[in-house]
Design a protein around this ligand. Structure first.
Ligand SMILES: [Zn+2]
Length: 116
């Protein structure tokens, strides 16, 4: 498992910045993370995680560590049940600054783009 060596919550910009042991950096903004919330309340129990494009923009209002493997994020819309594992955060922005998918679905970890 890839693990971040540093996690910075930039509250003013509503961004998470993660520096990985591989040398890569990931920047994820709050509205983007909210739309990829993997929790059962947002996604059901199908094993699929889809991009929730209909949600309004929101900001991160709290960040808490969950064990050594994840972050629990709280958002300004009141949502606080999303557990964002390191693997999930890495998957959301594999290539760098806001380069991750903004539509589509992950099925058991494999990304499937939305049909065009
Ligand atoms: Zn959720």
């Amino acid at each position: 498992m890839t693990v971040p060596i540093e996690v910075v919550w930039d509250r003013a910009r509503s961004e998470l910045r993660l520096a990985w042991s591989t040398g890569a950096d990931t920047v994820l903004d709050g509205a983007y993370l909210r739309r990829w919330c993997p929790c059962a309340a947002c996604q059901g129990h199908s094993g699929h995680v889809r991009f929730l494009s209909a949600l309004a923009d929101t900001q991160i209002t709290g960040v808490a560590e969950v064990g050594a493997y994840a972050l629990n994020l709280t958002f300004a819309d009141g949502h606080d049940s999303g557990i964002y594992s390191w693997t999930w955060l890495r998957r959301l922005d594999p290539s760098g600054t806001l380069g991750g998918p903004k539509s589509g679905v992950f099925v058991r970890g494999s990304f499937h783009p939305a049909p065009t």
